[in-house]
Design a protein around this ligand. Structure first.
Ligand SMILES: Nc1ncnc2c1ncn2[C@@H]1O[C@H](COP(=O)(O)OP(=O)(O)OP(=O)(O)O)[C@@H](O)[C@H]1O
Ligand SMILES: [Mg+2]
Length: 463
């Protein structure tokens, strides 16, 4: 974790600010004052900072800087200082809500403000400054994102099976990343410079699959005007990924089995078998065991394909990765199309961690894409993502106790994730006893399942 810098930028009504700033110096904040947006950006170039204090002038009732005018300014967590009666203006309330992290009523209690700023700083450090953990591939397009114990286990399995040459059966729910996993296996194998070809066994008409996979000779059947080299032959020296293998018709399962046993293909209408050096990876979201049981899948082929297995976890099994994944897709889509949106609100991240994600990572990709189109503010809200809002907003928080609770909740959650859900280690890091940490877990509704099993996920129930 990066050490937070207690650097602060201020803007707006100086009479309001003077006294406050003097007090904040006593709390260790270094302050620079910007007279306008242009000056603020200049100051940020010289002294980067994450926290801003913005005082609303009672004579205008509007924010003195157009925060949304620049991503540099929108990136700052702003805390507004406002007179209580100013909050009766709808425009003022709307501006604060859309652009600020929190607000404080004038006259300011410096201790309370320091706590709010510290919480904003901690939050800013949680979001955005640390690198997104990935399993790097040769091609950036196929990066696997995640750092949870569950995904670490996936990385290790990928590395092990990549070093072998036997077929691999990749299983997992729809949208979990089976195809991405197949890419990663290929990219980490000695075949990485060879081709990577994909056949979706469920998408091809059954009459075409045979010649698609094995090729045909000229005149082999009506309409075969030319020789066609099949995709297996075309994968020479590389990897062939057979997606939705459970949909392969039974007659072709025999041919595939024969190929896997002798690594030779016979084109349709051909007389001579052709040796091909190709590794087969197969994926399915159906339970092949069950398919074998009801006679829809050959048992011998099942065992031949199932030499090595990779199970790709559902997103609900590694919710700790949701923030990194969401930020990864956010950055990817921002690079494709520049946006004024800066990231996800704290509440949005909380709601994301509570959603069940039946569509797994594909659902997340689509929701992030949608939210970037729908978002009208600086930060993406649960509504922008089409997710239900079940909790109070952190920016609704206005008592010191509520601010402390929110900060405490975040600190505990982050410590548990950093310590791979080991309560003992997390309690040492947080400087509290294990008993106290258990009490706090109960207070915040954070359930810890199986402290001894590092692969267990933390479940956060409704607070
Ligand atoms: N760990 C991950 N990191 C980054 N992106 C991921 C990850 N897992 C999946 N994705 C992305 O999610 C989307 C779905 O992944 P993929 O197509 O590999 O899933 P699948 O399991 O093959 O789905 P289906 O069963 O529907 O065919 C893709 O856009 C992929 O890039
Ligand atoms: Mg797929």
């Amino acid at each position: 974790m990066i050490e937070p810098t207690r650097q602060l930028i201020t803007a707006g009504n100086t009479a309001f600010l003077q006294h406050t700033v003097k007090q904040l110096l006593g709390y260790g904040w270094s302050v620079s004052h910007a007279v306008n947006a242009h000056k603020a950006i200049e100051l940020l170039d010289k002294k980067p900072c994450q926290i801003g204090l913005i005082a609303i002038d009672p004579s205008t009732s509007i924010l003195p800087l157009e925060i949304d005018s620049s991503p540099r300014l929108a990136d700052i967590s702003w805390i507004a200082i406002v007179e209580r009666n100013e909050l009766s203006h709808e425009k003022t309330r709307e501006q604060i809500f859309n652009t600020c992290y929190a607000y404080q009523i004038h006259p300011i209690d410096a201790r309370k403000l320091d706590t709010v700023m510290e919480s904003a700083l901690a939050m800013a450090n949680l979001q955005g400054t640390h690198p997104i953990p990935t399993l790097s591939c040769l091609d950036d397009e196929y990066q696997i994102v995640g750092n949870s114990p569950t995904v670490q286990l996936l990385y290790r399995t990928i590395a092990k099976v990549a070093a072998a040459n036997a077929p691999v059966l990749i299983t997992g729910e729809s949208g979990t990343g089976k195809e991405l996993t197949a890419h990663a296996i290929h990219a980490h194998s000695s075949r990485r410079h060879g081709p990577f070809n994909v056949v979706n066994c469920g998408a091809l008409p059954s009459g075409l699959i045979q010649s698609e996979l094995f090729g045909h000779e000229k005149g082999a059947f009506t309409g075969a005007n030319q020789r066609k080299v099949g995709i297996i032959e075309n994968s020479q020296g590389g990897t062939l990924f057979l997606d939705e293998i459970g949909d392969l018709p039974l007659d072709l399962q025999v041919n595939l089995l024969r190929f896997l046993e002798n690594l030779k293909v016979l084109r349709v209408g051909g007389l001579q078998e052709i040796p091909v050096d190709v590794r087969v990876l197969a994926a399915t979201h159906v339970d092949l065991d069950v398919a074998v049981g009801r006679g829809a899948f050959r048992e011998d082929l099942y065992h031949r394909l199932n030499v090595l297995q990779v199970r790709v976890p559902a997103l609900k099994e590694h919710l700790e990765d949701i923030e990194a994944l969401a930020r990864f897709f956010f950055q990817k889509f921002s690079a494709e199309k520049p946006t004024k949106v800066c990231g996800f609100s704290h509440e949005c991240l909380t709601v994301m961690r509570q959603h069940h994600w039946p569509g797994n990572i594909r659902e997340l990709v689509n929701r992030v894409r949608r939210s970037m189109v729908m978002c009208e503010h600086r930060l993406i809200t649960p509504a922008d993502m089409g997710l239900e809002r079940r909790h109070r907003l952190s920016r609704d928080v206005d008592t010191l106790q509520q601010i402390r609770d929110a900060a405490e909740y975040e600190a505990i959650r982050a410590a548990l994730i950093r310590n791979k859900h080991n309560v003992m280690r997390a309690s040492i890091e947080l400087g509290v006893s294990r008993v106290t940490l258990y009490r706090l877990l109960e207070k915040h509704g954070i359930e810890k399942n199986g402290c001894h099993d590092e692969r267990q996920a933390i479940h956060v129930s409704s607070r």
